[in-house]
Ligand binder design. Sequence first.
Ligand code: ADP
Ligand code: MG
Length: 696
Amino acid sequence: MSRSKPSGGLDDPLTALTGVGPKVAEKLARLGLEQVSDLLFHLPLRYEDRTRIWPLAELRPGQLAQVEGEVINSRIVWGRKPMLLWTLGDGSGRLTMRLFNFFRSQLNQLKTGTAFRCYGEVRAGQRGLEMIHPEYRRVDECDPLATALTSHYPSGDGVSQKLLRKLVPEALKRLDDVALAPLPADVVAGAPVDAGASLNEALRYVHQPPPGADVDALAEGAHPLQQALAFQELLAHRLSLRLRRQSERSRSAPVMAADSTLRDRLVESLPFTLTGAQQRVVLEIGEDLARPRPTLRLLQGDVGSGKTVVAAAAAAQAIDAGHQVALAAPTELLSEQHFSGLRALLEPLGVNVIWLTGRLRGKQRTAAMEAVSGDADLIVGTHALMQDGVEYRRLGLVVIDEQHRFGVDQRMALRAKGGGVDSSPHQLIMTATPIPRTLAMTAYADLDISTIDELPPGRIPITTVAMSNAKRDVLIERVRGACASGQRVYWVCTIIEESETLQAEAASDLAESLTAALPDLSVGLIHGRLKSAEKDAVMGEFKDGKLQVLVATTVIEVGVDVPEATLMIIENAERLGLSQLHQLRGRVGRGDGASSCVLLYQPPLSNMARQRLNVMRETNDGFEIARKDLELRGPGEVLGTRQTGEAQFRIADLSRDRALLPSVGQGADRMLASFPEQAQELVDRWVGRASQYADV
Ligand code: ADP
Ligand code: MG
């Protein structure tokens, strides 16, 4: 960090560099590279070792290697896909090379006996090791071997590695005349890395690791100078969220009186008493809503912990104060269920609950839209709630269920539909995937967290077993037995194909074979291709007990609530992630009966799959499962940021650098308190224009 603006031409546009004209500059800009300093912070994704030649006999699959040898043979194979195939030998061994896109003239260059140097990834082919599309060059035309590791940059959009490898050294040269100041000592105190290391030194090192640099440490991102940069980057992201949040907090929000008659009446009308944990979080949220600043609260509670009534209580308070509430759920099915559940709770109290989904057409849609801008109090729906043209009369509270299914931009779009120029609605975000606190802070900065850490009384833990596909017959008997004693069964059919059609087909096949195997039972079928009215009808029959077995795709993954269902069978369980398995399993164990879950798998199990199934067998605790999930899969998946494309880091890795997070938080506090100007500079440098998406 530097107090004064960096001099030495670091702010110059890239056209200041040799060979960059307006056309090239335009391409670079698409990668977010506009100034010379942007290039300095465009960090290598990985490194290539072109300092040595590997003997062919020592190669291993998966390795990136540089090799040299003479062409032993070369020919074109005219299969369905023509291929130029050649073999290289170096005395120690041989290596096959395959080119799929080639010109005939290339064959002429690859004359037997000519020596080539090649670089590429070694793979295990059908007849020994091979490289597909290696880089190759005649040895007599090659430069001397590199003396240092070669950086490999994020590239694309017309920007090549070659160009970046030419421009970065020029940018680094300018760094000779400027000393970028390190982070203030106060900010980095207590960090487990030398976060105050010289920025000049760190940048130079990661762009151009010197000869003899620790290749393994660099490959893992574990070098102290890489870690120093990772700390800066994480700090910048945290600061960017905090600054956003600060500006958000400076906005106003509607005040909704904490003592709400409507809320009290709702709680009294429930057929059960709220658990202690539910009462506590209802009060926490109630206090939030009574404040004139926009709330951002994460409500986490395990599957079945009863988050919906808590949301209903919050909605009642908002409605009592004359505001509208929007509740968004990620799937049609779940939004329907919330709609009917919340209507049953709130309509008797005089609340106007409506449903808005993308499937509404014609008059129904017009009526729904009119209600949204008119007398609807609670609007339940899907992504349709956020769409253009949906105008709320007076939106004061936004509730998002299963937040990891929504992108930040969608959440912001909904928020933007409430409030005015300098006011925002309150936001309540519900999740059944508990996020460890340090991670939650990384994704949301200083949001408040309420946790329902208690299940409604009388719930009996679900027994989980893993069972090989070979034993399906036993399972059929078990289904028969369960249904004979009045229980209901989910049989979830999962296949890896993304296509809803294929999933639906697989589920229909299964339903057919179960109907044949269990002639005395009624088997229903639900999948994503059904119209919502059809889904509704099937779900209703299962709820009422007209259907005893429900074959389903993962459409029932979230939220579906049928207390009589006590047996959950999950096909291909070995292919699903932990949180998905936990969600599916959570569809049973919702009533007073003992429930069980059978995880069907196709042997042999991979090591990873075995670990996942073991976790499922050993615990019902969503927090524990989330922790294991994080260990096995990494935070990108757990936070759902992988789908939504948030939090793309240049050098940091949330999984690898988890140990840095607590000191990043402390550093951010101190930086905001004592060095606010430098905080903004750091954000501009690392997060730049991306910061507008990192909002909460
Ligand atoms: P989730 O937290 O997974 O969204 P739900 O809100 O769907 O859980 O609640 C699960 C089930 O538990 C519902 O049938 C709901 O009516 C019931 N429930 C919620 N709170 C209580 C309670 N305090 N006592 C008994 N049952 C409850
Ligand atoms: Mg729920």
